[in-house]
Design a protein around this ligand. Structure first.
Ligand code: SAH
Ligand code: SF4
Length: 348
């Protein structure tokens, strides 16, 4: 009999499971607390749970995490963990800053969207990650940092989660939603919804589907201010075009508290492709009816990709034009470049 991995179940699923076993609902609080607060993955050690139930759990269930395959340390403090998930590999990236400790997690093995500038898109798409493989990235990293005795104030090993690793999170909708429910559960990690960011290439039906299910911050990988250019660099734009995506985003934002009425945009800076004055003007026009925050991302080199990074001067010119037009924008600091852990470089 295949054992149930408890890491695949959110609170509701666990409640159903334990009610079916004839147990009371409060056991779920205890189990969630053992796993996600105390990092205990061994049923025998869960001493406030009856021996009878512990024995049942040993037979029926497991708490199975991905395995650490490799660890890479950047000179800037970023740590990349390569994880083995059922003999496939994914990457998860820990990005410590003074105030924030961000974990950039993966949602798929490879990515079927295949944007022309992204290393993950160059890999063969294998499959969606399970909830246990998504949530397992957080558990593993916290456990790893604890064991390494990293000193972190107030035990806040991770303060922010970003779905900016491998894969298009909205294409793994159910598992991503269930893992967000676990992340925000009060007896578990208790992450605030405002500290979870989901980055998407713009899968319109799923942007609408998010409404009323979870209210996290979403950010759109726009990367071009018109359909012709966007379709050239992101073929998904032939299916969901710019205007439909922006409409969906505006409806989501209206229904969201976490986004605080702001449209978050990511715009990768590709030399001579999308970084000229002309495109800055188009971008301002396109977004004139939104309250926006634009994150300019210097392109990170990817093997076998024809693009090059915009020069710092061109990025600054673009940035200054947005500033002049009173658009809130900033240039994303590149982190983890020496270990291929920056945006778009994950491709184990
Ligand atoms: N699939 C999602 C999230 C993962 S990628 C998405 O595309 O939004 C996270 C961010 O890195 C996205 O904005 C993506 O466009 C960007 N990115 C991809 N390849 C990159 C590269 N080579 N250099 C810089 N950013 C890149
Ligand atoms: Fe997939 Fe995002 Fe990479 Fe595009 S940028 S291929 S959507 S991971």
């Amino acid at each position: 009999m295949k054992k149930i991995n408890l890491l695949d179940l959110n609170r509701n699923m666990m409640e159903n499971f334990f009610l079916n076993l004839g147990e009371k609902k409060f056991v779920v609080d205890q189990i969630i607390c053992w796993i996600y607060k105390k990092f205990c993955f061994n049923f025998s050690l869960m001493h406030n749970i009856s021996k009878k139930l512990r024995n049942k759990l040993l037979i029926l269930c497991e708490i199975k995490l991905p395995k650490i395959f490799d660890i890479k340390y950047s000179i800037d403090g970023v740590i990349k963990l390569v994880l083995n998930v059922n003999n496939d590999f994914i990457e998860t990236v820990y990005i410590p800053e003074k105030r924030r400790k961000t974990l950039c997690i993966s949602s798929q093995i490879g990515c079927p969207i295949k944007c022309s500038f992204c290393a993950t898109g160059k890999m063969k798409f294998k499959r969606n990650l399970l909830v246990s493989e998504i949530i397992g990235q957080i558990l593993l990293v916290i456990n790893f940092l604890k064991k390494k005795k990293y000193f972190i104030k107030n035990n806040q090993y991770i303060t922010n989660i970003v779905f900016m690793g491998m894969g298009e999170p909205l294409l793994n909708f159910d598992n991503v939603i269930n893992s967000i429910k676990i992340m925000t559960d009060n007896h578990g990690f208790s992450f605030s919804k405002r500290k979870i960011v989901l980055s998407t290439s713009g899968i319109v039906p799923y942007i609408y589907k998010l409404i009323g299910i979870v209210d996290i911050i979403i950010t759109l990988s726009l990367h071009a201010p018109n359909n012709t250019l966007r379709s050239k660099i992101m073929s998904i734009n032939n299916i969901y075009n710019l205007y439909d995506i922006l409409k969906a985003m505006s409806v989501y934002i209206k229904n969201s508290k976490s986004n605080k009425g702001k449209l978050n945009i990511e715009y990768i800076m590709l030399h001579n492709i999308n970084d000229s004055y002309k495109y800055a003007v188009q971008l301002v026009n396109l977004l004139k009816n939104f309250s926006v925050k634009i994150n300019l991302i210097p392109y990170n080199n990817v093997y076998d990709v024809i693009y090059t990074k915009s020069s710092n001067e061109r990025i600054l010119l673009f940035h200054n034009y947005l500033k002049k037009k009173k658009i809130f924008s900033f240039i994303r600091k590149t982190r983890g470049l020496d270990i291929n852990a920056s945006c778009g470089q994950l491709c184990k």
